[in-house]
Design a protein around this ligand. Sequence first.
Ligand SMILES: Nc1nc2c(c(=O)[nH]1)N[C@H]1C(S)=C(S)[C@@H](COP(=O)(O)O)O[C@H]1N2
Ligand SMILES: [Mo]
Length: 409
Amino acid sequence: MSTDNGNTIKRRVFLQGASLVAAGLAFKPLRSQAAETEAQDFANGTRELVAYPQKRPLMRITARPPHLETPFSVFNESVLTPNDAFFVRYHLANIPASIDADNYQLQIKGLVDKPLALSLSELKALGKTVEVVAVNQCSGNSRGYGSPRVFGAQLGNGSVGNARWTGIPLKAVLEHAGVQAGAKQVTFRGLDHPVLPTTPEFVKALGIDLALSDEPMIAWAMNATDIPFLNGYPIKLIVPGYFGTYWVKHLSEIEVIDHTFEGYFMEKAYRVPDNDCQCVPPGTVPDKTRPIGKLKVRSFITSLQPGDKVNVNEPVTLKGFAFDGGHGIQSVEVSEDGGRHWQLAVLGESLGNYSFREWTLQWQPREKGKVGLQVRAKGGQGEQQPVKALWNPSIYVKNNIETTPVTVV
Ligand SMILES: Nc1nc2c(c(=O)[nH]1)N[C@H]1C(S)=C(S)[C@@H](COP(=O)(O)O)O[C@H]1N2
Ligand SMILES: [Mo]
């Protein structure tokens, strides 16, 4: 696919400020006909590859609002997911078409001593700039591979990405406003809105302890440059270790409240069974649910894709990544015999406990035929991936051991 056209338009978008309408492009892909598709090995898993402003061609799940997945081969390029390949998820179709950074305001209100309306430069001047490399993963990542299947976007494995985020601790901003006694939660909203007044706004809430802990951050840079428009320009909430649903984009309003927030996206959506495994027997309904929380340990092979061929007796370097909810990765292992024997992989440089961790392993296929290469990781606190997928009615938090079928020839 030619990228020339994409680059020209991309430049224009930058020149005119971060604006999706700059070239009359709002909601429209750069190419109206997708020339290429990417297949995934579950029913109806084939996606058009479509380029949006500031993005290379990505797998389109929905057009309005834009919902784009990263083609899995991208994860073999680098441990940090390139900004132009990072997945995009929105819930409401009325997304901002252009944003004027000079007049941007972040409001902090509710149970605070001093309500604030901060410009971007005031926000940046409020405290010390911090950085974290952290995984943003959608709760429903890999849902398309689940069984029995459920409603909702049929996501492959590409609704995840790893980036270096630069910003200011959320805590510094809240402390500046002065959180008052009785605060129980903090809510976050962005600039996107529903099309119909009856559709609930996308508002998320964190408990006050988490909001005032060291990790959550208001970021203005992603991999050392502006956050791409579709990923939340100009500022986005980063909650390292937690699912992407809390990472509110185009963050515009923070409110400290004295109760548990009851909005749709906390009370009805993004909930998991209220038990240790966050699971129920497939096809059943949990008695009790709670808001989704932290990422569970996962690992993938990226250097081989399902169906690839390798030569017998020729060594290959297997490569991939692993991550967990913030305790780091203890070990990664690979099996070529259905899980009877496991070989320890070599871990790459650590970019911090919230980051993807690269792993490699020299493998010499010794027999011709089909092989299911399995990979499993152990998280920093010893947690392991289940052999069989756990299930819940939204297929959230999927983290079973992955198998990549290849043929030795
Ligand atoms: N403003 C806003 N922020 C949002 C959302 C949204 O719909 N609107 N979706 C959330 C969900 S569910 C996910 S998975 C992440 C995706 O982040 P990304 O689009 O930058 O990849 O954004 C989160 N933040
Ligand atoms: Mo999500």
